[in-house]
Design a binder for this molecule. Structure first.
Ligand code: CA
Ligand code: CA
Ligand code: CA
Length: 167
């Protein structure tokens, strides 16, 4: 499923993907862009100088009583230059962004668009999900752009999420 809503989060330049953020809603080689990302040269996902952005409203409708077995995210992304160890750090939330899972990280990004998968059909990201927690009012994805260069530009074509459940 694809997101239908987004918002910049606090951190770094405080504007997340400031250029065309809704372009990350679909796989079409039109990119959401985070130009000159961040205000620090730390490569830590939790550094306060990193731009962050939330994507949500994935439209999941999981039957109540279902058991959520896994969550897989797909990111299609690139950077303007591979130097500076650019990567994306990802967290998900089940309560509207109050509480977040531990961080997952892509490999270093490259100048050409590549597809990255995080999680999987039997990977719950360390949380026991209720169906309601995957609803549009609760489920959030946060992307944190990290590099040792504050001139790095991050390009995100698509962020998608797939839930695996059993009834
Ligand atoms: Ca930005
Ligand atoms: Ca693509
Ligand atoms: Ca796109």
């Amino acid at each position: 499923m694809s997101p239908a809503a987004q918002a910049a989060d606090t951190g770094g330049d405080n504007n997340g993907y400031q250029t065309n953020p809704t372009y990350a809603f679909s796989d079409n080689a039109a990119f959401a862009v985070d130009l000159n990302s961040g205000t620090t040269t730390s490569t830590s996902c939790t550094d306060a100088g990193k731009d962050r952005h939330r994507f949500y409203s994935f439209g999941f409708s999981i039957p109540s009583g279902a058991v959520v077995n896994g969550l897989e995210l797909q990111l299609q992304a690139k950077v303007d230059n591979a130097s500076g160890s650019p990567k994306m750090c990802i967290q998900v939330s089940w309560d509207g962004g109050v509480t977040w899972t531990t961080i997952r990280t892509t490999p270093n990004l490259s100048k050409t668009e590549k597809t990255y998968f995080l999680g999987g059909a039997s990977d719950t990201w360390g949380h026991t999900w209720t169906p309601a927690e995957l609803g549009d009012g609760s489920f959030r994805i946060r992307i944190i752009d990290v590099s040792s260069s504050t001139s790095r530009d991050f390009y995100l074509d698509w962020i998608a999420a797939r839930v695996t459940y059993s009834e």
